[in-house]
Every structure is written in C-alpha cells, then in structure tokens.
Design a protein around this ligand. Structure first.
Ligand SMILES: Cc1ncc(COP(=O)(O)O)c(C=O)c1O
Length: 442
C-alpha cells in the first residue's frame, strides 16, 4: 500500500504505537511498515479506512467462511443482543450448537466450548493428560496450534537446529522453560516410519499425538491417509489419544477433515468457522474421554472454567453460520477451491516461474518453489523464496486482493467463479509484473 492511499491508516498506526507495543495486538496482522486498518466488510469485499477495497481471500485467517456481515448470522446476533449477551447460567443456545456439531462427525460424542482455538488445543491436551495419566505430548514439526506453551514447541524450528537427526524440541517464544521442551516430542509430518520410531521410544510417557490433518504453517499439504492411519493404529495400541486440531481444517467438508480422510480421532479441537465470526473454540470427542470435564461427582479430573465459554452471541452466530454450510455448499466452495488451485498452477506454468500450490477444499497456499513438498522442512521457504512471495503478495494487496503474507488463501461462500477468476488474473499479473525469474528454456 503506497502512503498516498494509506494516510488514515498511517495516522491510526501512529496513534496505536503510543498505547500498544509496535501499535500491534495480533502478530499475524502485522504488515511492514504498518497494516491497513479495516473500516467495513460486506460479502467477499473489505474496505479499509482510506477507501481501498480488497477482494478478501484471507477471511480473517479462514474463519469468515461466509465473508463479512452475512445477513442470516447478523439477524441471529441482533436478536440475541436484545435479550442479553452472557449470564452466569448455561443457555439453550449452547445445547443447540453442541447438537449441531455432534451431528456432523462420528467421533463427536460430546463437546465443550472455549473462547479460542488456542484454548481448545490447551484443553484437549489437558484432557489427554488427565485421561491417560501420562505427561508428554507429541506434535509435528512446524505445525501451528495456537499459543499454549506446549503446543508452540518447534513451530518455526530453523535449519540451524535441524542437524541430521530427528526433529527436536525448539522454543518458539523466548523464555519457554526447558521443562516444557522436555515434555513435547516432535515428529516429522507425513513421514510415517520416522514418526512411528520416535513415538515408540516415548510411548510409556505420551498422553497423545496432536496432529492437524492439513497444517497451514507446515505448508498446507494434506496428510497422507497412510500417515493418519499409522497414527490411529499406533495411539490405540499404546494407550495414548489421537488429537486432531481441526481449527482450520474443519472447513474441508461437512464432517471436517476427519470426514474427508475417514479417520476418527479421540479428541478434536475446533474454532474459527464454528463461531460465525465471533470468538469461539471447542473440544469434541469420545464421551469416555470427555468425562474428565464432568463435574457431577465433584471436582472433575480436568476442571475448566471460562467467563465467556459458550456465550450466547458466539453460540447463535455459530449455529446460524453452520446451518448455512450444507453438504451442497461445501461441494460448491470446494469446487471454487479447485478452480483457484488450477488457476494458480496454470499461471505459474504460463509465466514460466518456479512455483506451486498446496491445499484442498476451500483452502490454498502459494509457494515460490518447484521442490516437491512433503513436510515442514521441504515447505519452509528459503530467504529468496520468501522475498519472491512478499513481492507477489504486496502486488496483490496494492491491486486489491487480500491474502496472507505466507500465501494462504481461503474462499468464502460469498464468492463465485467470477471472484476466483478475478483473483487468478491479478495473481498472473503479479507474477509477470514483479520481475520473477523465469526458468531456463528447455
Ligand atoms: C490449526 C490451528 N490451531 C489453533 C489455532 C489457534 O486458534 P485461535 O487463534 O482461535 O486461538 C489456529 C489459529 O490460526 C490454528 O490455525
């Protein structure tokens, strides 16, 4: 965004810097030299405070599956606003959203709400420890699961710490205690043999394996069926739980990624789309495990409070949003996803530029490399690839398309084929206008 079209955002940023560190309260919306400030959104378009309009392919990091200001969701929220927004009593609205979600995936026998995906992951891991009586967790290198200390380990493990050995536990946030790193075992995503060997060496102490079936930060490559089946078999055989993080991947289909892959975990963390645009998270799973939260016999094994858990605004918005997501609507937006992925691949080929696209369903991620992408290490961009992607993404922002700096894009139900084609046209122009090197003639 050039400064001439960002005067109001610049002024807001200057003001913000006085009261927030770096003017920022959410690392993922940082954009140098400062982000544009949003003014409003309608359907698939977002307008910033300087009047610039963007075709929104980020959708608040995949959560706004219906785009902005969906009238059905807005009406449900409006009605609830008039009769109270939260009480120190449960409401029928939480039962309704719970029933809806438990009806969508066979593994969701019971569910419990939180306010974010981070909390949902945290409660899933605590439930796994409480249920098994074992302390450690295993997770995949490079996978993001929110900001719980244990879930953050090895999120951005850099080549300097790789060596030739198995993935190791590396702190993400400065000051992470050694004791946290010692409790987290890191496995390589989509590498079943290596992962099984590592898990076997710690089986007696592992409460669970936490895996995102299509981890965005590790590259947005879908897990192979072989990988998920190995994890399912191994965890069952070794008295540990299989925990899926479907905070993003639940948008892959009516029954989430687990429905698409045909693998049922013991617990699942959810968030984003299930809140209809309001703060939410949830842990769902087998009743036998979920009973660690049951207070009927006194203090539960895993006590869990939360002032805004299951607040009626998030519940009614989530229900309205999820009801709009019929199997037919998933089929339609997943078809738009395929159209977008095909278009990106064709644009790379037409421009003769190294690159590829990963993802599935209504999600895609752009990579500026031809190297086959399997796991976090193969998908981790080099400095040159990052610089190339930044110039493409900046071009797209300047020309009215919003996507993540990592190349992540999410489609909303507010889009049709015309918006996908608009996105592809601007992406193709970005490849040719930003001076990307062409491959040598064959
Ligand atoms: C896979 C995954 N898990 C957990 C989280 C954390 O969710 P929240 O931002 O709602 O805390 C995210 C957020 O992007 C995520 O992508």
């Amino acid at each position: 965004m050039s400064d001439s079209t960002a005067a109001r955002s610049t002024a807001l940023f200057d003001r913000a810097c006085h009261v927030m560190p770096g003017g920022n309260t959410r690392t993922s919306v940082w954009h140098s030299p400062h982000p544009p400030y949003a003014a409003s959104g309608a359907g698939c378009r977002l307008t910033d405070v300087d009047g610039n309009v963007y075709l929104d392919f980020l959708n608040n990091y995949t959560s706004m599956i219906h785009g902005h200001a969906n009238p059905v969701v807005a009406e449900a929220v409006r009605k609830q606003l008039e009769i109270g927004t939260c009480f120190a009593m449960p409401t029928e609205s939480e039962i309704e959203l719970a029933e809806l979600l438990c009806g969508r995936a066979p593994g969701f026998e019971q569910i419990r709400f939180t306010n974010s995906g981070s909390e949902a992951v945290m409660m899933a891991l605590k439930a796994a420890r409480a249920h098994t009586g074992k302390p450690k967790i295993a997770k995949c290198e490079g996978a993001y699961h929110g900001s719980y200390d244990f879930a953050e380990v090895s999120l951005d493990s850099a080549p300097e710490s790789w060596g030739n050995a198995d993935p190791n536990s590396v702190a993400y946030s400065a000051g992470t205690p050694r004791s946290v790193l010692d409790e987290v075992i890191i496995i390589p995503f989509n590498r079943p043999e290596e992962s099984e060997k590592i898990l076997a060496a710690h089986a007696d102490e592992l409460a669970c394996v936490l895996v995102d079936p299509m981890p965005n930060r590790a590259g947005l490559m879908p897990a192979t069926t072989e990988y998920l089946q190995m994890l399912r078999r191994f965890t069952t055989a070794n008295d540990m739980l299989l925990v899926f993080d479907e905070v993003i991947s639940f948008r892959l289909g009516y029954g989430g990624a687990q429905g698409e892959f045909g693998v049922t975990p013991d617990l699942t963390s959810l968030a984003k789309i299930i809140g209809g645009g309001f703060p939410i998270g949830a842990v769902a799973g087998a009743a036998e495990v979920m009973k660690v939260f049951d207070p009927r016999q006194g203090k539960p094994l895993a006590p869990h409070g939360g002032t805004f858990n299951a607040n009626p605004i998030s519940m009614v918005a989530g229900k309205a949003a999820m009801e709009l997501l019929t199997p037919e609507e998933f089929e339609r937006i997943n078809g738009l996803g395929a159209r977008a992925r095909d278009g990106v691949a064709k644009a790379f080929a037409d421009a003769g530029v190294d690159g590829q696209v990963t993802g599935a369903g209504s999600l895609l991620r752009i990579h500026m490399t031809n190297v086959p992408l399997v796991d976090y290490r193969s998908a981790r961009a080099t400095a040159a690839q990052s610089a190339a992607l930044t110039s493409v993404v900046d071009y797209m922002h300047t020309n009215g398309v919003l996507l993540a700096e990592t190349g992540l894009c999410a489609i909303s139900t507010a889009m049709g084929e015309a918006e996908i084609d608009e996105f592809i046209d601007i992406f193709a122009a970005a490849l040719t206008s930003t001076g990307q090197p062409r491959h040598a003639a064959e």
